[in-house]
Write a protein that binds this ligand. Structure first.
Ligand SMILES: [Zn+2]
Length: 428
């Protein structure tokens, strides 16, 4: 097999143009999110590709116009051999062509100066295409894997719509999952994110002229502006954020990554009223050893105490709504965190595959952003993030990926898929 893997690596070099054509094909499908609901044709292309390469496919709408595609390449001896999930998202970051100066059209991919340009080349159609091309070459060599290979092309990642969570809920599982999202070929885990809404609401609505009665001596009205009360809550959040920055840490992250961002504020009716409602949308980042429920509860406990120290808020405590299933549909999202098992079996096999190509181990690090890896980890699947492209390019104008990195990534995937799915499962 050593020889075959070597031959396959040669083939990746020789057929680099074909690999690039595959990435370009994916980039030409315009799948920015927002607006989303535009991945159908791209996903049909993936479905067709998987069918042509011996996969059983399963396609279902997560939202109308945004289907997930899962293909299974059934192993020859799946009962006793390890299975692998390869996961990637088909949606790409939004594009505002009128106000952004793209050197080449964002959906008209161009190869130049050793790089491939176009929206999604780094995040993450390059990763999807590299993994698909790896599968194609393995199959062309007549290789049959003993373990199952499950390929997931999901939707919604860019706006917190968990296409990946839907795959987990549908029952897809494996002994290892690799999310081929932008990691600059580092093996990565990630912190998590949960968004929440904090609402301050007055039981009464007052005319603007009543303000003097609620703020001056002898006024006699026990009322408050929800906007002014929200400032206390924002200060409380800042105190907690500082406390976390000082007391919590996690290897691989700079101190103070666990931020609480007051991202959006909405409140008041118009200038003739005292504001009777104010809503604050916050983004909370947490470390891999924390989970989103625990972190949300910490925020709530602290803010309730802040409210208890205020005579009006004590009687009109703030309300909390956490998470959500889509930034578009219900203005909320959750990305669970993902820890890395440095000595895990999957980490070792991926490191060896990487070392065979690069002569040194893949760096292990923590992603400064979030991916769908958290959902797979949350479902109990050992999961690694490993893909071509860097974060300076993800979401950027003139997004691009190094062609050499794309080629090397494809080789690593060939070795990973072959080695992982050919290994017998250990009984534990
Ligand atoms: Zn991504």
């Amino acid at each position: 097999m050593e020889k075959t893997l070597w031959q396959l690596n040669q083939l990746v070099e020789e057929r680099q143009d074909e690999l690039l054509e595959l990435v370009k094909n994916l980039v030409r499908f315009q799948t920015p999110s927002p607006p989303a609901r535009n991945t159908e044709e791209a996903q049909q292309f993936i479905e067709q590709f998987l069918k042509e390469h011996d996969f059983n496919t399963d396609v279902w709408d997560v939202y109308p116009g945004d289907p997930n595609v899962v293909g299974t390449w059934k192993g020859e001896d799946p009962e006793t051999h390890q299975s692998l999930i390869i996961n990637g998202h088909m949606d790409v970051a939004e594009v505002d062509e009128e106000n952004e100066s793209w050197k080449y059209g964002p959906f008209e991919p161009v190869a130049a100066d050793g790089r491939l340009y176009g929206r999604g080349t780094a995040d993450m159609k390059g990763g999807l295409a590299g993994a698909l091309f790896a599968v194609k070459l393995l199959q062309e060599q007549g290789i049959r894997l003993p373990g199952d290979l499950i390929f997931q092309s999901v939707i919604g990642e860019e706006v917190g719509e968990a296409g990946t969570l839907e795959c987990c809920k549908r029952g897809y599982s494996a002994d290892l999952a690799v999310v081929v999202d932008t990691s600059d070929l580092n093996i990565q885990g990630q912190g998590g994110v949960i968004t929440g809404w904090i609402t301050v609401k007055s039981p009464q609505t007052y005319h603007d002229a009543t303000r003097r009665n609620m703020i001056h001596a002898g006024g006699g009205v026990k009322g408050a502006s929800a906007i002014e009360k929200m400032t206390k809550i924002i200060e409380g959040l800042q105190e907690l954020e500082k406390h976390w920055a000082v007391t919590k840490s996690y290897p691989g992250f700079p101190a103070g990554m666990n931020t609480i961002n007051p991202a959006v504020i909405e409140g008041g009716r118009h200038a003739a009223f005292v504001a009777d409602e104010c809503r604050l949308w916050i983004t909370v980042h947490f470390y891999p050893d924390e989970d989103h429920d625990m972190v949300a509860k910490e925020v709530e406990d602290h803010i309730r105490r802040v409210a208890d120290a205020d005579p009006w808020l004590r009687e009109n405590p703030p309300l909390f709504e956490w998470g959500g299933t889509s930034m578009i549909e219900d203005r909320g999202e959750i990305f669970p965190s993902l820890d890395i098992e440095e000595n895990g079996k999957g980490t070792k096999v991926l490191q060896t595959a990487h070392q065979d190509i690069f002569g040194q181990k893949a760096p292990i690090s923590m992603s400064p952003t979030v991916t769908d890896g958290g959902w797979l980890g949350d479902a109990g699947i050992p999961t690694l993030i490993y893909g071509p492209g860097d974060l300076q390019n993800a979401h950027a104008v003139n997004e691009s990926v190094s062609i050499d990195q794309l080629v090397q990534f494809t080789k690593v995937m060939i070795s990973l898929i072959y080695n992982w799915c050919s290994t017998e499962r250990e009984e534990d």
